[in-house]
Design a protein around this ligand. Structure first.
Ligand code: SAM
Length: 272
């Protein structure tokens, strides 16, 4: 198909394009921009549905909005692991986002969690903030107020600033006790921390659940998939990352009922 028939993705999303006049795609002007944007979104949705169908995602047509993902993931965690296990210690929610939505949803379900919300998706991975729901002596007054407002039991939230990686859970680190005590390690779309969640869980024989989103093949060139004939190839696509993590942890796959990246890799392995 002639690419000039398509609108430029930068242009329809931001009204600008780094290539300017040299861009081979269309730059629709004001009166056509809204319809071009709607067409672009609808085409992307159809494309994603086709891929999801091909991959065997059973929730292509009956999934909830992506905004419900924290709630759906939290309920799934309770079903998958059971309240008894989840109450053995705090849930370590890595890269939980600025609002710590999974931590909040788990609290609503009566499960305490330690979450690692992030400033924003563009933030460098060296300094991140983490949230502990059940530790009253930490957090700002605003966070304490917010937590008290929304939780009947008035448990409080604490944020930790740290990159989640081997140094976080190494013996003797200031967070090693937290990792040892936690009941479960989780991450919903945790970007660069995705594999670290699996590594941390394996290192401590903890159950885990991670919903991968971005792959970052250039950042992680050493991830390899072994083919049936013994040859290897780098992990580049999302489905390859899921296969790679599943094989690494002898994990299990489930589709969650929300739009977007909804395939969870989990393991119930527990040294508890
Ligand atoms: C796409 S956001 C997802 C946030 C939230 N879980 C959600 O679903 O809305 C992923 C976040 O992970 C954080 N992140 C990436 N690598 C990390 C690391 N090594 N340690 C802690 N956080 C990390 C990033 O800052 C980013 O904001």
């Amino acid at each position: 198909m002639d690419p000039s028939c398509h609108a430029c993705k930068f242009w329809v999303n931001s009204g600008t394009c780094p290539k300017g006049a040299a861009c081979q795609y269309e730059h629709p002007q004001r009166h056509n921009l809204i319809s071009a944007r709607q067409r672009w979104v609808s085409e992307r949705q159809q494309e994603r549905q086709k891929i999801a169908q091909k991959e065997g995602n059973p929730h292509v047509h009956d999934s909830a909005s992506r905004h419900a993902r924290a709630s759906i993931f939290s309920k799934w965690l309770v079903e998958r692991f059971g309240r008894e296990l989840l109450r053995k210690g705090p849930v370590l929610d890595v890269a939980g986002g600025p609002r710590g939505e999974v931590a909040f949803e788990l609290e609503q379900l009566g499960i305490s969690s330690d979450s690692a919300p992030c400033g924003n998706a563009q933030a460098p991975a060296d300094v991140q903030s983490m949230r502990l729901v059940n530790q009253p002596d930490e957090g700002t007054a605003g966070q304490r107020h917010e937590a008290a407002d929304c939780q009947e039991n008035h448990r409080l939230q604490r944020h930790i600033q740290a990159e989640f990686g081997p140094a976080f859970w190494a013996d003797g680190s200031s967070h090693s006790q937290l990792v040892k005590q936690c009941s479960l390690v989780i991450g919903l779309h945790p970007d660069e921390a995705t594999e670290a969640i699996v590594d941390c869980a394996l290192a401590h024989a903890k159950p885990f659940a991670v919903v991968p989103c971005c792959v970052f093949p250039r950042l992680f060139p050493d991830r390899k998939l072994v083919e049936d004939n013994g040859s290897t190839r780098p992990v580049v696509r999302h489905d390859e990352l899921v296969r790679y993590l599943t094989a690494k942890a002898d994990g299990h796959n489930d589709y969650l009922k929300f739009q977007g990246r909804n395939l969870v890799v989990s393991s119930a392995l527990s040294g508890n």
